[in-house]
Design a protein around this ligand. Structure first.
Ligand SMILES: Nc1nc2c(ncn2[C@@H]2O[C@H](COP(=O)(O)OP(=O)(O)OP(=O)(O)O)[C@@H](O)[C@H]2O)c(=O)[nH]1
Ligand SMILES: [Mg+2]
Length: 370
C-alpha cells in the first residue's frame, strides 16, 4: 500500500470512529499516526524535486503575506500599498511567482508578499501550492484577501493553511516534552485534563517517544496536544480584508457581514477596501500595523536631538535590551543605562536598565561608557 492510501485509510478510520471516552485513546493514536505519515509524505515530495520554490528574502521590519484565490485583487492591492509593480490581469493566475513590495508606514518598512492564488489541495502537494504555503509560513502576518462576492473562500483558505501546519490567531500550546533515558512516559498536567492520561501516552508513543516527561499547562484537545508535541507549527496572526467593495450597493453590506459571521469572522474586524479605487487603504494599513504589534521608538541622539523621522521599529514587549541589539554597533557592550520619556516612562527622562519594556512612541536615549 502506498503512503497516500495509508493516509486516506487513517483519515477514513478517524472519520468513522465515534468520539467518546472509550475510543479517545484510539483516536489519539490514529491522529498521531496520521500526522507522522503526512510528514513522511511531505519529506518524500520535497526530496523528489518539486521545483525551485519561491525563495523570497525577508527584509524590512516585518513580512506580510497576502493570501487569496486567483483574481481577488492581490496584485492590485500590492501595487496600491507599496512601491511594487505587480502584474494585474482580469484572468486567473496572473501571478505565478511571489512578488514583494515594501509598505512604508509609521516609519516602518513592512514587506508585503503577493503570493499566487492558493488552490484547493495545495497542502497535499498539488500544483505549486506547496511552495506558496512555505512562503506563507515564514510571514509575520497573514492577510486574507477576499472578494466581496466570494466570502466563502475564507473557509477553504484557512483550512489549507491549517493543513499546512499554520495556526492562525492562536498562541502555541503550553505543552512540552522532555526526553529521558528510562522510566517510560509520564504526564504532568497543571490543569484538570479532559483527555485521559492513556490518550496522551498513545499520542506520544505514536510519535516515537518511549521515555519522556510531558508537561501540559492548559486544557488541550487531541489536535492541540499534537501541535504541542510536533513542534513544527507556525503560529501567525491574521486579518481579513474584503476587496472590490466598490462593486456593491451600501445595503448589500449587511449580507456580506452575515456571510463573514457564518465563517467565523467578525465583520467589525474585517477591513472593507477597494484596491482599484484605492479606498479603505488607510484603515488596512493601520490594521496591519496593529496586528503586527509593531512599536516606534524615537532615538534621542547626543547632539542631534530626537529623530522623529526614522524611528527604531520594535515589537510590543521589546525592551531596552532589544533596542540595543537592533541598533547594533557597540551599544551593547558600552551600555550604562537609558533614559526614557513617553508612554512607558513613569516620568520624563526616567532612568532605566536593559530590562525596561518599551512602548509605542517612547523617546529613548542610551547612555554609554566611553
Ligand atoms: N471593481 C474592482 N476590481 C478590482 C479591484 N481590485 C482588483 N480588481 C480587478 O480584479 C482583477 C484581478 O486583479 P488582480 O490584482 O490581478 O488579482 P490577483 O488576486 O492578483 O490574481 P492572481 O494573480 O491571478 O492570483 C483585475 O481585473 C483587477 O482590475 C477592486 O477593488 N474593485
Ligand atoms: Mg496577481
Amino acid at each position: 500500500m502506498g503512503l497516500e492510501e495509508e493516509i486516506e485509510e487513517i483519515r477514513e478510520e478517524i472519520a468513522e470512529t465515534p468520539y467518546n471516552k472509550s475510543t479517545e485513546a484510539h483516536i489519539g493514536r490514529l491522529k498521531a499516526k496520521l500526522a507522522e505519515k503526512k510528514e513522511e509524505l511531505e519529506k518524500r515530495q520535497s526530496s523528489s524535486g518539486g521545483g525551485e520554490g519561491y525563495a523570497v528574502e525577508k527584509t524590512g521590519d516585518a513580512t506580510v503575506a497576502l493570501v487569496g484565490f486567483p483574481s481577488v485583487g492581490k496584485s492590485t492591492l500590492l501595487n496600491a500599498l507599496t512601491n511594487a509593480d505587480s502584474e494585474v490581469g482580469s484572468y486567473e493566475f496572473t501571478t505565478l511567482d511571489v512578488n514583494p513590495g515594501m509598505l512604508k508606514y509609521n516609519g516602518a518598512n513592512i514587506q508585503i508578499l503577493d503570493v499566487p492564488g492558493l488552490i484547493e489541495g495545495a497542502a497535499d502537494g498539488k500544483g505549486d501550492g506547496q511552495a506558496v504555503l512555505s512562503v506563507v509560513r515564514t510571514a509575520d502576518l497573514v492577510v486574507f484577501v477576499l472578494s466581496v462576492f466570494e466570502i466563502d473562500q475564507y473557509e477553504r483558505l484557512s483550512q489549507e493553511l491549517y493543513d499546512n501546519k499554520v495556526r492562525l490567531d492562536e498562541d502555541p500550546p503550553r505543552v512540552s516534552v522532555r526526553k529521558k533515558h528510562t522510566d517510560g512516559l509520564s504526564v504532568n498536567a497543571s490543569v484538570d485534563l479532559d483527555l485521559d492520561e492513556e490518550t496522551v501516552k498513545q499520542v506520544l508513543r505514536e510519535q516515537g517517544y518511549v521515555n519522556a516527561d510531558v508537561t501540559i499547562g492548559e486544557q488541550v484537545d487531541i489536535d492541540r496536544l499534537l501541535d504541542g508535541v510536533m513542534d513544527n507549527r507556525e503560529y501567525i496572526p491574521s486579518l481579513v480584508t474584503v476587496n472590490k467593495a466598490d462593486l456593491i450597493e451600501p445595503d448589500y453590506k449587511e449580507t456580506v457581514d452575515e456571510q463573514l459571521r457564518e465563517h467565523g469572522v467578525d465583520p467589525e474586524e474585517a477591513v472593507f477596501i477597494s484596491a482599484e479605487k484605492e479606498r479603505g487603504l488607510d484603515s488596512l494599513k493601520k490594521a496591519i500595523w496593529e496586528e503586527l504589534g509593531l512599536i516606534r521608538v524615537y532615538m534621542d541622539k547626543p547632539g542631534r536631538g530626537v529623530d522623529y523621522e526614522e524611528p527604531l521599529v520594535l515589537r510590543e514587549g521589546d525592551t531596552v535590551d532589544d533596542a540595543c541589539r537592533k541598533l547594533g554597533g557597540s551599544f551593547d557592550e558600552r551600555f550604562r543605562f537609558a533614559r526614557v520619556s513617553g508612554p512607558s516612562a513613569k516620568h520624563d527622562e526616567q532612568q532605566v536598565g536593559r530590562d525596561h519594556e518599551l512602548a509605542d512612541e517612547d523617546v529613548l536615549r542610551i547612555v554609554v561608557s566611553r
